[in-house]
Design a protein around this ligand. Structure first.
Ligand code: GLU
Length: 281
């Protein structure tokens, strides 16, 4: 059975791009007679705002998107993230790091898919782990996992290439787990067979595939859909002036009509659907 999910982070209101993403996930599940889950990614203590969760639920209902079961909150699953962190530590794949963003920028490492690649300053050093971040020793992890592949429904088979990200942070002092670790564990725990999300997270799937191999998790398929963009090609964002879903809903707009228009790829003026990711393996 196909089970998909929509996994918004409550650090800002949802906008049209989120509506499109939720519709893709919902419709792929429903077309296959499967289930559509809702997961609230609320573990970024510095940015998460609890009051946005009610807004998200109302937005989805307004669009006519009914999720199965109760919404999962990542903040209720911290033990799972800590446990996986301990397993990775026991495998010798994590090390403590106290470098600041400024330290990393000053080291002027290579640029990876997510910004400057960590130069490995704390790898092999004795660092006080109290309050430190924990980084994945990427070279050791890749060599332990061996060659890996994953499949995107639109872009085709991909050779996993997480090494370009360098030693990423998996556990942080201000958040109990990184997005990568928490999302990978939750997709496995919830039996998500098809991970649907925007093409902006395509690269992240290389990391998730590696974490699945290290932690012995089931491997889903992925579906990275194209993003809604403004006329100048920028990803939609509230700061660029597109009204949020809540603003549209409270202004009395018809949510079902909006969902129907998004399904038909009829977007408001100035907004279009960007191509997804190319099929390059
Ligand atoms: N929480 C992420 C976001 O709002 C989505 C994560 C995912 O779908 O894997 O961008």
């Amino acid at each position: 059975m196909i089970r998909t999910r929509f996994a918004p982070s409550p650090n800002g209101s949802l906008h049209l791009g989120h509506a499109f993403s939720a519709i893709v996930a919902h419709d792929l599940a429903r077309a296959a007679g499967g289930e559509f889950l809702l997961r609230i990614e609320d573990i970024d203590g510095t940015r998460s705002r609890a009051e946005l969760v009610e807004e998200f639920l109302a937005d989805l209902q307004w669009l006519g998107l009914q999720w199965d079961g109760v919404a999962v909150h990542q903040s209720q699953r911290l033990a799972s993230y800590t446990g996986a962190g301990q397993r990775l530590k026991a495998m010798g794949l994590l090390y403590a790091c106290r470098c600041t963003r400024a330290d990393i920028a000053a080291a002027a490492g290579e640029l990876g898919p997510d910004g400057p690649v960590y130069p490995g300053t704390c790898r092999g050093r004795q660092v006080d782990p109290d309050g430190a971040a924990w980084r994945l020793d990427m070279a050791a992890a890749v060599s332990r996992a061996g060659p890996l592949e994953w499949i995107d429904a639109l872009a085709g088979p991909q050779r996993a290439d997480p090494a370009r990200f360098g030693d990423i942070v998996l556990l942080r002092k201000e958040a109990p787990a990184s997005y990568h670790l928490a999302a990978t564990l939750d997709d496995a725990a919830d039996g998500i067979a098809l991970v649907t999300r925007g093409a902006d997270l395509f690269e992240a799937s290389h990391i998730h595939r590696l974490l699945q191999a290290l932690l012995g998790l089931p491997v889903p398929r992925w579906h990275h859909h194209g993003l809604l963009v403004e006329g100048d090609g920028r990803k939609l964002a509230k700061r660029h002036g597109s009204p949020s879903l809540a603003e549209r809903r409270l202004a009395g707009e018809d949510g079902l009509a909006l969902a129907a228009a998004l399904r038909a790829h009829r977007f408001p003026a100035g907004i279009s659907l960007a191509e997804g990711v190319s099929g390059e393996p």
